[in-house]
Design a protein around this ligand. Structure first.
Ligand code: SF4
Length: 189
């Protein structure tokens, strides 16, 4: 595997353009609340692994956030295992793959959860506020909301991709990590 290593110091800036909305909102929520529930840790953790964050960096990333609201001891006992598990270092030692859009869209999402696909699981007015808050072009926001209401979640995601990159590609998005890779290709040229 020749994939480049992504340092956690670059996640804030990467999240703005190269993360699809499902991952951007998890990243934002983690920074804001210094915590994510299990579904969010799993979805975001596997995505991070997929983009090239090492296990050591991943542990450091979650530790730095979680220990803002809990003891290091509690983090190590209750959460570090799951981070290592995502990397296949615990339990059945499977090499878990990052989730596809289909998998994420079909997730069950409860109150207080931030995982899932925002086009599928967010209230439309919240989605609209979020996109406006990110400074997206008003016409693009309306387009995204329109296709979302029709249930075309991955088309909405593709329109979001175009809006944040100021381009008109109309990619078919079927995986958050594909979104990331296509974005990096565009940005790095
Ligand atoms: Fe994430 Fe896929 Fe939903 Fe886009 S369509 S926000 S990549 S789950």
């Amino acid at each position: 595997d020749t994939k480049a290593v992504v340092p956690i110091e670059s996640l804030d800036s990467l999240s703005v353009k190269s993360f699809p909305l499902c991952m951007r909102q998890l990243h934002d929520q983690l920074r804001l609340a210094h915590h994510l529930k299990h579904g969010g840790r799993l979805q975001y953790g596997l995505f991070m692994k997929g983009i090239g964050v090492t296990l050591e960096d991943s542990l450091r990333f979650w530790r730095e956030e979680f220990t803002k609201i809990m003891d290091l001891d509690k983090f190590e006992k209750q959460y570090a295992y799951n981070v290592r598990y995502n990397y296949g270092k615990e339990g059945s030692k499977k090499n878990y793959s990052p989730f596809s859009c289909l998998r994420i869209i079909n997730e069950t999402v409860g109150p207080g959860d931030c995982h899932g696909c925002p086009y599928r699981h967010c209230d439309v007015s919240n989605l609209k506020n979020k996109l406006q808050g990110y400074g997206l072009d008003p016409q693009a926001v309306n387009d995204i909301v329109d296709v979302t209401k029709k249930g075309h979640y991955q088309v909405a995601c593709s329109k979001y991709f175009d809006a944040v990159h100021s381009i008109d590609l109309g990619l078919g998005i079927n995986h958050p990590n594909q979104f990331f890779e296509e974005s990096q290709k565009l940005i790095k040229g």
